[in-house]
Design a protein around this ligand. Structure first.
Ligand SMILES: Cc1ncc(COP(=O)(O)O)c(C=O)c1O
Length: 384
């Protein structure tokens, strides 16, 4: 799989217009909280920057165009974006969530929103019986993250969309791992797409952000009201950075994917590796489904080290090009230990069920030269 060439142009031009007053090719950073009015209620379309800001508008339009959505809304973080969707619900509503969502998503649902009487059911979406049992008349949302974090399970979006429609629920897809370049959930039947734009969309590990996109005018109005009324908006500077970043998103994703494939193939052939999780490998159980619904397999690769936890720690310490850090999707390669880092907040029993154990390692493969990455892994394995 590879980047569809039309995305190279889309990423540069999507939704981008010169700024009308000066013709500036990039929308300037409008660092302003308020806007002068001609008379009460008569203004140029902006009255207060929580409600609207030209830099944010330009970025939201560009990102929505790339995602194939009619509408886009930017938030201060991925979790703020998720929260905006949950704030559409009434007490008593049920949300059926894939059991291997990002740990922070689970924490938001279990620890913050469950107390407002929203019933979150975490299910293995691959188990039809479990999923069908969870879908009750109270179900308002089916929430999936695909590919999932950290074991790269791929969930069939078309099938989820059919199930959601039959249950009278909306389908929400977290598209963070694939990015808009490699997967278009709305075209596959999803109602709402969310991103942690901190990751591939931002791409440079220098800011935190989130986005919610939909093609439903009604949902957009409701979500926009939450954005305005609850106020978790990003600053104009962040919007400018994100708008700038998406122009290179297609180029970056092409390189992330090529590198990830080489890293995954290297790992699959290494004696110190028990199992590789990467849907771009032909041997991966999700390869066929990934080819059906994705245009590429992104830069995320996980694997089980064949040794002990102590061997894993030694391996992580010896890495020189990969940095041990949370997060993903930046130009530089990162390595993460999900059990102790990103997924530490997942209940232990669930972690065990999901295969997140002491020897699982997740790589966010960057855009460096692939040989530098495989050599780094090689020396870190060899040093033990
Ligand atoms: C798949 C996914 N969704 C959502 C989030 C939350 O986003 P943020 O950290 O920008 O709030 C993350 C963060 O790691 C993530 O990996």
């Amino acid at each position: 799989m590879s980047v569809d060439p039309r995305y190279f142009s889309e990423a540069v031009h999507a939704g981008t217009k010169p700024e009308p007053v000066t013709g500036a090719i990039m929308t300037p950073i409008f660092m302003t909280s308020t806007y002068v009015q001609d008379e009460p209620g008569v203004h140029k379309g902006y009255d207060y920057s929580r409600a609207g800001n030209p830099t944010r508008d330009a970025y939201e339009t560009a990102l929505a165009a790339l995602e194939g959505a009619k509408y886009g809304l930017a938030f201060a973080s991925g979790l703020a974006a998720e929260q905006a969707i949950i704030q559409l619900l009434e007490p008593g509503a049920r949300v059926v969530v894939s059991d291997d969502v990002y740990g922070g998503t689970g924490r938001l649902f279990r620890r913050l929103y469950a107390k407002y009487k929203i019933d979150f059911q975490f299910v293995d979406m691959a188990q039809d019986d479990e999923l069908r049992r969870a879908l009750t008349p109270e179900t308002r949302l089916i929430w999936v993250e695909t590919p999932s974090n950290p074991t790269m399970k791929v969930i069939d979006i078309r099938k989820m969309s059919r199930l959601a429609k039959a249950a009278g629920a909306l389908l929400v897809v977290d598209n963070t791992f694939a990015s808009p370049i490699f997967q278009s959930p709305l075209a596959l039947g999803a109602d709402i797409v969310i991103h942690s734009t901190t990751k591939y969309v931002g791409g440079h590990s220098d800011m935190i952000g989130g986005a919610v996109m939909t093609s439903s005018g009604e949902l957009h109005e409701q979500l926009k009201f939450v954005q305005f009324a609850a106020g978790a908006v990003p600053a104009p500077f962040e919007c400018f950075l994100l708008h700038r970043s998406i122009k290179t998103l297609a180029v970056r994703m092409a390189q992330h994917e090529q590198n990830a494939l080489q890293v995954a193939e290297f790992l699959a052939s290494h004696k110190s590796v028990r199992r590789v999780y990467f849907p771009g490998l032909k041997s991966d159980p999700y390869y066929a489904l990934a080819r059906e619904q994705m245009r590429g397999s992104s830069g995320m690769v996980s694997f089980d080290h064949a040794g002990s936890y102590q061997d894993v720690v030694g391996f992580l310490k010896r890495l020189k090009v990969f940095s041990l850090a949370e997060s993903l999707g930046g130009v530089e390669s990162l390595v993460n230990h999900p059990e102790r880092m990103t997924h530490a907040s997942v209940p232990e029993e669930l972690r065990r069920k999901l295969g997140i154990g002491p020897t699982l390692i997740r790589l966010s493969v960057g855009i460096e030269a692939a040989a530098d990455l495989t050599q780094d892994l090689q020396q870190a394995f060899a040093g033990g």
